[in-house]
Write a protein that binds this ligand. Structure first.
Ligand code: 13P
Length: 252
């Protein structure tokens, strides 16, 4: 059975005190929940990761990073290396978020390097991709998504895919209150899985968790997560409030 995942991407929100409070609340609200085949992750800002790791140690909540640099170390002022993340005990990094692509110029070439560095350091990658509104309006969304996947991930060996989680995040649905309909999400997720099956094997494709991201909230999570190819969500806004976030975990 594929692993279900709810991951909270806190983006550039929550100072250290607020991060501690939110992590505490999430841990405490999850205490009575039995999580079977379900993983819960939070991705705080870098400077707050250590504190959140302390709070979530020995709980089912995992901590992920929102980004990392492609080089292993060196003169890259202001950047964070994979080894710094693993030395904190982190096992997962989010890469390719549309905000990184849009505001920080991350392209397929950079992301290919980042994915490779992350996997070399035994980090699991949550790889984000998705079309912008103009692509969808012009009917190019499948083509765009296919290229994003193919250009960065299709040189990976089959073994490396055991450390990859996909997050389809249509850019027009991120932080906009607009959500892909359950049908649109399922259609794209099934397309993605078919692409992987065609390039690798059906068995490999069936094992890859594909998350949906874009204005997931307690009121729409259940119908999105009920789709056979939607294995959970990467959550922005609704992950900043413990009650909402935990409600999403309960939505499977
Ligand atoms: P929202 O849930 O705020 O739309 O953000 C989604 C997202 O970008 C998660 O990475």
């Amino acid at each position: 059975m594929r692993t279900k995942i709810v991951a909270g991407n806190w983006k550039m929100n929550k100072n250290v005190q607020e991060s501690i409070k939110l992590a505490d609340e999430i841990v405490s609200e999850l205490k009575d929940l039995t999580l079977e085949h379900t993983r819960v992750l939070v991705a705080p800002p870098f400077v707050n990761i250590s504190e959140v790791v302390k709070i979530t140690e020995a709980t089912p909540v995992e901590v992920a990073a929102q980004n990392m640099h492609q080089a292993s170390s060196g003169a890259y002022t202001g950047e964070i290396a994979a080894e710094m993340l693993t030395s904190l005990g982190l096992q997962t990094v989010i890469l390719g978020h549309s905000e990184r692509r849009e505001y920080f110029g991350e392209n397929d070439a950079v992301l290919t390097e980042k994915v490779s560095t992350a996997l070399d350091h035994k980090l699991e990658v949550i790889f984000c991709f998705g079309e912008v509104l103009a692509d969808r309006k012009s009917g190019k969304h499948f083509e765009v998504v296919a290229a994003q996947l193919r250009n960065v991930l299709f040189e990976l060996s089959p073994d490396q895919w055991s450390s990859v989680v996909l997050a389809y995040e249509p850019v027009w649905a991120i932080g906009t209150g607009e959500t892909a309909s359950p049908e649109q999400a399922q259609e794209m997720h099934a397309f993605i899985r078919r692409m992987i099956a065609d390039h690798y094997t059906q068995e490999l494709a069936d094992g890859v968790s594909i998350l949906y991201g874009g204005s997931v909230k307690p009121s729409n999570a259940q119908e999105l997560f009920a789709n056979p190819d939607v294995d959970g969500g990467l959550i922005g806004g609704a992950s900043l409030q413990a009650t909402d976030f935990v409600a999403l975990v309960r939505s499977f």
